[in-house]
Ligand binder design. Structure first.
Ligand SMILES: CC(C)(COP(=O)(O)OP(=O)(O)OC[C@H]1O[C@@H](n2cnc3c(N)ncnc32)[C@H](O)[C@@H]1OP(=O)(O)O)[C@@H](O)C(=O)NCCC(=O)NCCS
Length: 158
């Protein structure tokens, strides 16, 4: 299997939207608080189209021949100007590999490309959020050296 990681283009958008639906279903399966609206993919499509046109966002796809089997969204973000350290950091917004292509090193390959892109912006701190019950996600990020630094709590009243 030869997988190529390339920057997404307009023609990949319909496949990215399909993968995003699978990504959302994965989260719905691990935590029932994640159901998305029926038409959520329409908003996502508009969102990704806008992101692809911005300088600070990198959208990558993993291709098996012409089939899109994974995608990621990563961004150069800024902290408010209150910290001693650099105000810029990398943020990995989403990474998803379709179920039957997981655990074959594609995520690692894609992450390598994201690291290279951040390095080219002089960025050495990278953040992301992961759902507390997403064991696959946690396992992957920890394997690549990511550590806890913040916990987001919730209270459902009623
Ligand atoms: C997390 C994800 C992007 C990793 O991509 P991948 O191509 O499977 O990753 P790689 O093959 O490079 O790395 C494999 C590692 O990922 C984790 N992983 C992937 N699939 C897994 C599974 N089914 N069960 C447990 N861990 C799994 C493990 O840490 C694994 O390492 P190991 O095989 O040494 O245990 C992919 O599994 C995925 O899309 N998961 C669902 C969406 C998701 O959770 N995304 C992250 C959101 S925060």
């Amino acid at each position: 299997m030869s997988i190529e990681i390339v920057e997404a283009t307009e023609s990949h958008i319909p496949d990215i939207v399909e993968l995003w639906k699978e990504f959302m279903d994965h989260h719905k399966d691990i935590d029932p608080r994640f159901p998305a609206r029926e038409d959520a993919h329409v908003s996502f499509e508009q969102h990704i189209r806008e992101l692809m046109g911005t300088e600070d966002t990198l959208v990558l796809v993993a291709l098996d021949e012409s089939r899109v089997v994974g995608f990621s969204i990563s961004q150069v973000n800024s902290y408010p100007p209150i910290w001693v350290e650099s105000d810029k950091h990398g943020f990995i917004d989403t990474m998803a590999i379709t179920a039957d292509y997981r655990r074959k090193g594609i995520g690692e390959h894609m992450l390598g490309r994201i690291f290279e892109s951040f390095a080219s912006h002089g960025i050495d701190r990278i953040e992301l959020t992961v759902a507390a019950r997403n064991e696959v996600g946690y396992s992957f990020w920890r394997k690549h050296g990511f550590k806890d630094f913040s916990h987001r709590l919730y209270l459902q009243r009623g």
